[in-house]
Design a protein around this ligand. Structure first.
Ligand SMILES: Nc1nc2c(ncn2[C@@H]2O[C@H](COP(=O)(O)OP(=O)(O)OP(=O)(O)O)[C@@H](O)[C@H]2O)c(=O)[nH]1
Ligand SMILES: [Mg+2]
Length: 630
């Protein structure tokens, strides 16, 4: 025991701290391994139910099919069909060779670079646009070339000259799908290189076909000519390739034609400044020097040419791991397609959200304003009704006053001749044709005027006769002059100035009520049993009561009409918004369902994109030999 203590003492402080550090390192490493394992199982458990990282094309295909392809299939919308087909296309090629596609403007040095890379002049090169068709360079035990026709037939090419003269004919060119070049290079074991006709060359037909390889490419080499490069069209092509999520490696050729190292860095800087966003790396090489030194075994020339550095990069990233690189390429391309769909959906969701907010806001305002709008309408209508009914009210008041003042005057004149006044009164009202009142205000006015005139004449006659009698019998004459009474009665007529007003709007409907009240009054008054003030009060109650009822009714009617109008406007607004913006749906619930479906779909796709990103970034895909291309 004491031995152990002694030995600890002997070890001292420093070695103890070293052991603690070692222990910590071990613990952190164990923790990281556990975390990594956990991450792997979580990622794939959540997604494809596979508990290991996809080490085979089969596993990845399964994952993508079960998730991304299925999701895109379920979306079932025309505009996402292309993404669906693209991802399916990637999956179909997953077991095929890695496709390294060489693009660039014509004469940039594409074919020469491939020759330099493979160490033999297997492709034709030249200062005029040379590569007329797509050239696929694959592994073969022996070097040979064949033409693959559009119908699938193949024809072996005897020599380069024969091929060249065959391709000069444009008609022949149209019959060709591509030219296949077999070459025994280990670099080509699991990789095909595609040499393309230069962009902006004369071979437009095959140039277009070359662009078909943009999305098929697993890796892209872009050749820049140091003295001709930097065009806008190059930028556009590069942007297009980048949009497909492809890795692009930039190669500036013709290094041997650049005078000084300074110029080399200046030209490199120019390319990086202008195209740096598109390319992962930029290498400067002399294909001519590289090929020559490979053939002649000139090691110094080989190093000087710059091909070594390029080759090393390509070996590390592609040639030595083509199967992995292929999987990564499929992951990246699928991720790009899915991201695109997600982006489109995101934009659409944003728009729909804005619409929904706008819609909800309008609905809120309508709901809030409804009562205040109605209150406002209420006030306005009430005010107007007061105004409108002022006229019938005044009219009724005048009528009542007039009737009574006339009668009072008559009573004053004919204190002893009451019967006459009664008969006069009855006659006036009885002759009024109430049946046709509603249809013609003018007729009423005319009737009233005529009857008044007749009554006036008769009153005047009665007065004259009465006074004649009085004169004969020496009695006191009645104090009111005939014409003065006539004038007074005439002036009291409310119809003289109101004709126009009466003919207007709802006043028309109220006049008959006032008159029918008059008729009742006449009947009432005709019973003789009631005293004057009582009769007047009764008449007022009837007339004003009827006006008030009418007023209320009209008010209710106007209110209902306005509310209905308001509802119609609201409904129409909702319908408009629904029809125009809500993807053809006029049903708010349907709209909300659509939005949540879109949200769910986007979420599903985003999850897959996240997983694919993690696979690319964190995925230690292991060494090449562990990849099983099944
Ligand atoms: N000095 C020098 N010449 C080169 C180099 N690379 C290519 N060339 C020459 O440039 C010309 C065009 O080269 P190609 O390889 O045919 O160019 P390309 O891009 O394939 O051209 P197209 O097939 O017509 O699109 C040829 O004459 C080549 O010999 C280089 O690095 N140095
Ligand atoms: Mg070429």
């Amino acid at each position: 025991m004491s031995g152990i203590v002694d030995s600890i003492k002997e070890i001292g402080i420093l070695p103890v701290s070293i052991s603690i550090t070692a222990l910590l390192i071990i613990l952190i490493t164990v923790f990281l391994i556990i975390r990594r394992k956990k991450f792997k199982s979580v990622v794939l458990k959540e997604t494809c139910g596979v508990h290991a990282f996809p080490k085979t094309t089969h596993e990845l295909t399964l994952y993508l099919k079960d998730n991304l392809v299925k999701l895109l299939e379920d979306i079932d919308e025309e505009r996402f069909k292309q993404a669906h087909e693209t991802v399916e296309g990637y999956l179909k090629t997953i077991s095929e060779n890695f496709l390294l596609v060489v693009f660039g403007e014509f004469n940039a040095g594409k074919s020469s670079f491939i020759n330099a890379l493979l160490g033999e002049e297997i492709l034709a090169t030249g200062i005029v646009p040379t590569t007329a068709t797509i050239n696929r360079i694959c592994y073969g035990d022996t070097a040979k070339q064949e033409i693959v026709f559009n119908d699938g037939r193949t024809q072996v090419v005897e020599d380069k000259e024969a091929l060249f003269s065959y391709l000069v004919d444009e008609e022949n060119l149209k019959r060709i799908d591509y030219v296949r070049t077999f070459y025994p290079s280990n670099k080509l074991r699991h990789l095909d290189i595609i040499d393309t006709p230069g962009l902006n060359s004369v071979f437009t037909y095959h140039e277009e076909r070359a662009l078909d390889f943009v999305h098929k490419a697993d890796g892209v080499l872009w050749l820049f000519h140091p003295h001709q490069g930097g065009s806008q069209s190059e930028k556009e092509y590069l942007q297009g390739i980048k949009d497909y999520g492809k890795h692009i490696i930039g190669i500036m050729s013709h290094k041997d034609t650049i005078k000084s190292d300074e110029d080399i860095s200046r030209l490199k800087d120019f390319i990086v400044d202008n195209f740096g966003d598109f390319i992962d790396q930029l290498f400067t090489i002399s294909s001519r020097q590289a090929l020559q030194s490979t053939i002649s075994g000139d090691e110094r020339g080989y190093v000087e040419s710059g091909i070594g550095e390029t080759e090393e990069y390509l070996t590390q990233n592609i040639f030595d791991r083509t199967k992995r690189a292929k999987i990564e390429s499929v992951i990246l391309s699928s991720q790009k397609s899915a991201s695109h769909v997600s982006m489109v959906m995101g934009r659409e969701l944003e728009q729909l959200n804005e619409t929904k907010e706008f819609w909800d806001c309008i609905a809120g305002i309508i709901a809030q304003e409804d009562s205040s709008i109605n209150r406002d309408i209420h006030r306005r209508v009430l005010r107007n009704l007061q105004f409108y009914f002022e006229q019938p009210r005044a009219f009724a008041r005048q009528e009542i006053e007039k009737v009574f003042s006339c009668k009072e005057k008559f009573f004053a004149c004919f204190r002893r001749k009451r019967d006459f006044t009664f008969s006069l009164n009855n006659e006036f009202w009885e002759t009024l044709d109430t049946g046709g009142l509603e249809s013609s205000i003018g007729a009423i006015i005319e009737h009233i005027k005529q009857r008044r005139h007749e009554i006036l004449k008769r009153v005047e006659m009665e007065l004259i006769i009465e006074n004649e009698k009085r004169k004969k019998s020496g009695q006191e004459l009645l104090g009111i002059e005939n014409n003065r009474l006539a004038e007074e009665i005439h002036d009291q007529s409310p119809f003289e100035n109101n004709e126009e007003n009466l003919a207007q709007t709802f006043l028309q409907e109220d006049v008959p009520r006032v008159f029918s009240a008059h008729i009742s009054f006449a009947e009432l008054y005709g019973t003789r049993g009631k005293c004057f003030s009582q009769a007047k009060a009764e008449l007022e109650r009837m007339v004003f009561g009827s006006i008030l009822d009418r007023q209320k009714m009209l008010f209710r009617h106007i209110m209902n009409r306005l509310i209905r109008m308001n509802e119609k406007v609201n409904n129409r607004l909702v319908q408009y918004l629904s029809a125009c913006i809500l993807r053809g749906s006029s049903d708010p619930d349907e709209f909300r369902d659509m939005m949540s479906l879109l949200e769910r779909q986007k979420k599903g796709i985003d999850d897959v994109v996240d997983n694919l990103k993690r696979l690319c970034v964190c995925g230690n895909l292991g060494d090449e030999s562990s990849v099983n291309v099944n």
